[in-house]
Design a protein around this ligand. Structure first.
Ligand SMILES: [Zn+2]
Length: 423
């Protein structure tokens, strides 16, 4: 059966990282340490200022299950630094040339935790031409998945400027909303100035929206803030990354500048605290838009408290597919509040669906599958129209639509033309 969705929208993505993954050296399928000799580098953005950089190896997938060492890399890559991060992001496998550049000693050539993170920050950045290649790859990836509209959570000045240039050159095949992430309060003024500056560029396809911050962690690592302990025992309820005082500053200054606030809130207590904070600040006369990112667990009173606010929840049903195996165990009594898309819809709180790529692939079909299958696990069935909840809400934001035939994208029309999805 054919159906047509106007402005098919992935409402939570990390755009440039998606392009980096699509064009970078990915080692998830590396069958052994020695096989690094045969990886294909042609056409990839694997080099950063002379460093060969890769990601995704895991010795558990190798026949001997042994950790690799620097000698293996030195033999194959004697002349330039090589830096290969493990799939979990906590360890790097490097060669002697990299150790020399970093001024580090290591017999094994394995850097872990802090050594790894600090070293990674010192690798030269991608060149402009590589970033352009990543942007084009990301556009293609979203378009092939049917999307014409995305909301990016990880903008930078350099990305914005590149996108503006590409729009002028008619190279953009996506309508993009951009948000800047801040990790500390002292980054806020600079980020607000960047969004306001970006807003001065007249653009049809690019919209600078606001500021994002992470209020809590994730359910998988048991760091999302819950109102009850994880696994129904002990005292771990997760954590917050910001004080309420600092979060209040973000709301006030961002709203005063006329911009949107987006908050990563996965646990029920994180969402509740942010909604309460928005209510408090609204009562003081500050008005603005609040986006709750993920909103994977919401208590009924939190949903009620959203009603007078300008709030939108950005949910990723595909995360349910990945989390379903442990979700009931971790949440226990809070499970009945998990993935509350139907409760939000019934309370008439706006929702948009997305995928959080590159954490999960950008896929309308994965979201549709999650919405169909989750009622078997006692998640209330979503009765909303996917063409509305997966479409960008603003009908004036380009003339675009996607034709879906069963489980395949048949045609994507973007801003006046049918896109070529093959080449
Ligand atoms: Zn995200």
């Amino acid at each position: 059966m054919l159906f047509k969705i106007p402005r098919l929208y992935d409402s939570h993505t990390h755009f440039l990282a998606t392009g980096e993954f699509a064009t970078g050296l990915m080692l998830f399928d590396l069958p052994s340490a020695e096989a690094i000799r045969y990886v294909e580098l042609q056409g990839k953005t694997a080099f950063r200022g002379g460093w060969l950089v890769g990601f995704g190896w895991d010795e558990n997938k190798w026949p001997d299950k042994r950790l690799p060492n620097k000698k293996q890399l030195d033999e194959i890559f004697p002349n330039y630094p090589v830096y290969l991060a493990r799939a979990d992001g906590h360890t790097a496998w490097v060669n002697s040339a990299a150790l020399k550049e970093l001024g580090l000693q290591s017999e094994s050539g394995l850097l872990s935790e802090k050594d790894h993170l600090q070293s990674f920050d010192r690798i030269p950045p991608f060149e402009k031409a590589q970033q352009r290649q990543q942007i084009l790859a990301a556009c293609k990836l979203y378009n092939r998945a049917g999307f014409t509209h995305i909301r990016d959570m990880s903008c930078t000045d350099s990305l914005w400027n590149l996108l503006v240039g590409m729009e002028e050159a008619n190279e953009l095949t996506l309508a993009i909303e951009e948000n800047y992430t801040v990790h500390e309060l002292n980054q806020l003024d600079g980020a607000i100035a960047s969004v306001l500056m970006a807003r001065k560029t007249p653009s049809r396809l690019l919209r600078a929206k606001g500021i994002k911050f992470f209020y809590d962690g994730s359910l998988g690592s048991e760091t999302a803030l819950l109102s009850r302990p994880y696994n129904g025992e002990g005292d771990n309820v997760g954590k917050t990354l910001w004080s309420l005082e600092d979060a209040e500053e973000v709301f006030k200054l961002t709203w005063a500048a006329g911009l949107e606030v987006s908050v990563h809130t996965i646990g029920d207590e994180a969402a509740h605290q942010m909604v309460k904070l928005a209510r408090k600040i609204s009562a003081q006369g500050f008005v603005g838009r609040l986006n709750l990112e993920h909103a994977q667990v919401l208590r009924p009173e939190t949903i009620q408290a959203m009603k007078p606010l300008h709030v939108r929840c950005h949910m990723q049903p595909c995360h349910w597919l990945s989390d379903r195996k442990w979700l009931q165990q971790k949440l226990r009594g809070l499970y009945s509040y998990a993935f509350p898309w139907e409760a939000l819809k019934n309370a008439q709180i706006p929702i948009s669906f997305g995928c959080d790529s590159p954490i999960e692939p950008s896929s309308f079909f994965a979201n549709r599958q999650a919405l169909e299958e989750s009622p078997k696990d006692r998640i209330k069935r979503f009765t909303g129209d996917l063409a509305i909840y997966h479409g960008h809400p603003d009908a004036t934001f380009t003339d675009s639509w996607t034709v879906i035939d069963g489980d395949r994208i048949q045609e994507v029309f973007f801003d006046g033309q049918i896109l070529d999805l093959e080449s």
